[in-house]
Design a protein. Structure first.
Length: 288
């Protein structure tokens, strides 16, 4: 599978790269700055990062950002990317909200992926329950764990992922299923190392039919040999049968709810609709 790279100007060096090299690659310092820092570092017996801060060339945030690449745990600076700020796991990975996401990731690893499953659908009862944002942020935290992660936007009615990651959506899932494109349209998010995205593609007149046919099964099987974790964003369960179709094919669905916003009756109806088809249901509560 050929993978297109996005945000390719981001440093891709690993733990073997020094902080100085990473800061150079990130454009935080120049060669001339580095010479001054090295001289000051030697005079004061300091670490390179400490010397760079002391001289005012970089901030502590810059050092933490470089360290994230050194230890293969990348995150993004909000002022240096076009990604949506809804991708909180990419911008603020040490926040309380992202700690909750990591807890959910652990639960899914133990309750789902450790059982041999490679893919899970993410949905909600209604449109406003935040399932697309949960799907994107979950994909990010799985990629930060070192898992080869694929995020698929299977919401062929009102797709969101291309907007969150600011990607072209000319070709995507629907076009592959219709035989108009190949898996070459998968986009690798280079700045997040282990994350790839398949956008929804052309909005089709027949989303249920496309998702229900054999090509979708074969596509998931193909991706399962390429990736460790596949997160599939789907339409709301009570809006159409799309989510149930996708969830049944992969075996399970994570239904997200919004604390003090989601109507309990809607969630109960969505859970019943899925379980009646033999779909295993996990629930996630978004407290934000």
């Amino acid at each position: 599978m050929n993978i297109i790279e996005s945000e390719s100007n981001t440093p891709m060096k690993t733990v073997s790269a020094s902080i100085g090299h990473l800061l150079l690659d990130m454009g935080k310092i120049t060669d001339k700055d580095a010479e001054r820092i090295l001289k000051f570092q030697k005079e004061k017996s300091m670490r390179f990062g400490e010397a760079a801060i002391a001289l005012g060339f970089v901030t502590m945030e810059d050092i933490n950002h470089a360290l994230s690449y050194q230890f293969e745990y990348p995150y993004l600076s909000p002022d240096k990317t076009s990604f949506s700020h809804d991708l909180i796991a990419a911008f603020d990975p040490f926040s309380k909200q992202v700690e909750t996401l990591r807890s959910l990731r652990t639960q899914l690893m133990l309750r789902w992926f450790e059982r041999g499953y490679k893919a899970i659908a993410i949905s909600s009862a209604r449109e406003a329950d935040g399932s697309s944002q949960l799907a994107s942020n979950l994909a990010i935290v799985f990629s930060q764990l070192g898992e080869r992660t694929l995020l698929i936007d299977a919401n062929l009615r009102n797709p969101t992922q291309h907007k969150l990651f600011k990607l072209s959506n000319n070709l995507g899932l629907s076009d592959i299923l219709a035989g108009r494109a190949s898996t070459d349209v998968v986009v690798r998010i280079a700045s997040l190392l282990n994350l790839s995205i398949l956008t929804s593609g052309t909005v089709p007149p027949n989303p249920q039919e496309l998702l229900n046919k054999e090509p979708f099964d074969k596509l998931i099987e193909h991706f399962s040999s390429q990736f460790d974790v596949i997160i599939i964003d789907t339409s709301p369960i009570l809006s159409s049968s799309d989510a149930q179709i996708v969830s049944r094919k992969v075996g399970g669905v994570l239904i997200t709810t919004q604390l003090n916003k989601t109507v309990l009756k809607d969630t109960e109806e969505a859970v019943t609709a899925c379980r009646s088809l033999g779909i295993e249901v996990q629930l996630a509560v978004n407290e934000s």
